[in-house]
Ligand binder design. Structure first.
Ligand SMILES: Nc1ncnc2c1ncn2[C@@H]1O[C@H](COP(=O)(O)OP(=O)(O)OP(=O)(O)O)[C@@H](O)[C@H]1O
Ligand SMILES: [Mg+2]
Length: 410
């Protein structure tokens, strides 16, 4: 049985579902094993086919159980998709000159989260960004300080009720209890960013199959987040259409010969397998002339998003790229040129017993879910009524909410 020291992260992605099993002790997190299955029930990060998503989850969980001997009952599940939105909110409380207590912090956070959220949206996270005591800003932990007025600045992350509800329903149909729903960019950031990056400012960009997740960190906390509904699958589809190939062949070519740079030094010809199983030779640069514009478009959108967030000059460490599609050759050089910031590629870090197969950017979200779960087990979040209420509130959700879907880019 998944006891209190076992944590399971379930990343339900557009291309794969993976379940990671970790063991938490006082030294940290030790990964026991994992299971993975192809995902066919999602589009752009959102569940569009419950049955096939349930099957993928069941397969991934069965493999993870078999490889670790752990009977998996509950999971931390990640959520993304263009429906995710985040905004800033403020709350204040009087502290009457005494020392700030946990209860005061909770009251300030309660005031900050007392905002109007449309009926079709659900609060996923309320993330404290900074506190102000009697006008003194930039305080990360006000506990024990003296003053008269405590203010909290928070990021409120919301998602479409329908999208969240469908994801939870898939887990439940697969026989799993959802302990918490975690924003995927937040999970990926936990697994890849260094403390200095988070402190001095960095933009995490996780390019998956159907979405590109963005998270801006500064002063050690997540400040802003956004999800763009474009990912590596769009590149594959462009190749398939441009060269009239089956999608599997387009994917193979992208991974073996593809580059994000428009023209490479490689002047070789490559053999491609057309839909009718006929073979043909083309210069490798034909392939890259298709890949490059899509990547450029993606990074232009990322740049616009960074500018809209108003953080372009605040990310001293530039951009960190992760997610499966960050494995594309030359993608970091192109990102640097288009965004105009330094770029590094990252794989998940920070856990013990990590299987070598997991040191892959496509597992950043999965490993991050485990690390998030570990933090919750060790130190239940102070402002946790929001987190713990998610599930009870979900149980109260009824069918028939307005099914408005908002995407930033489609
Ligand atoms: N070697 C490679 N070169 C280029 N692209 C790659 C490579 N390996 C994987 N990819 C791409 O990575 C993408 C999948 O990444 P990932 O597993 O992070 O996505 P996901 O989590 O399933 O999807 P999402 O997070 O968007 O819901 C696919 O588009 C795949 O083509
Ligand atoms: Mg993903």
């Amino acid at each position: 049985m998944a006891g209190k020291d076992i944590v399971v992260g379930l990343d339900v992605g557009t291309t794969k579902v993976c379940a990671l099993v970790g063991d938490v002790d006082e030294k940290g997190l030790y990964i026991l094993g994992m299971g993975s299955a192809e995902s066919k029930g999602l589009r752009k990060g959102i569940v569009v086919n419950i049955e096939s998503t349930v099957q993928s989850i069941e397969r991934a969980i069965a493999e993870a159980s078999a490889s670790t001997g752990v009977e998996i009952r509950s999971v931390y599940v990640g959520i993304a998709g263009g429906h995710i939105k985040s905004f800033e909110s403020y709350g204040a409380t009087g502290i009457k000159g005494h020392e700030v207590t946990e209860a005061d912090i909770e009251r300030a956070l309660d005031a900050a989260k007392a905002v109007y959220v449309p009926l079709d949206r659900e609060v996923l996270h309320v993330i404290p960004v900074e506190y102000t005591v009697d006008g003194e800003t930039g305080i990360t932990n006000p506990l024990g300080m003296s003053g008269v007025r405590l203010e909290a600045r928070v990021q409120i992350v919301t998602g479409s009720v329908t999208a969240v509800q469908n994801l939870v329903r898939c887990c439940e149909k697969a026989g799993l209890e959802v302990v918490d729903i975690v924003l995927e960019p937040l999970a990926s950031a936990i697994a890849t960013l260094t403390d200095s990056e988070k402190q001095d400012g960095v933009v995490l960009v996780d390019i998956g199959g159907g979405t590109t997740d963005i998270a801006f960190y500064k002063d050690g906390v997540l400040q802003q987040t956004a999800v763009i509904a474009i990912g590596g699958n769009h590149i594959t589809n462009d190749i398939a259409i441009g060269l009239r190939l089956p999608v599997e062949e387009a994917e193979r070519l992208k991974q073996s010969h593809g580059s994000a740079l428009p023209v490479t030094d490689n002047r070789d010809d490559i053999e491609i397998l057309l839909a009718g199983r006929e073979k043909k030779s083309i210069p490798v640069n034909y392939l890259n002339e298709i890949i490059n514009p899509r990547c450029e478009e993606l990074f232009e959108i990322v740049k616009k998003e960074i500018q809209q967030m108003g953080v372009y000059d605040r990310a001293a460490y530039g951009v960190v790229l992760t997610g499966g599609a960050s494995k594309l050759k030359g993608i970091d050089r192109l990102a640097e040129a288009v965004i105009g910031m330094p770029v590094r590629k990252a794989v998940p870090e920070g856990v013990g017993g990590m299987l070598s197969a997991l040191k892959d950017p496509k597992y950043s979200t999965g490993v991050g879910l485990l690390l998030y779960g570990m933090d919750e087990i060790r130190e239940p979040v102070g402002y946790g009524d929001i987190f713990s209420n998610i599930l009870s509130r979900m149980k109260k959700w009824v069918m028939g909410f307005i099914t408005e879907r908002r995407s930033y880019y489609v």
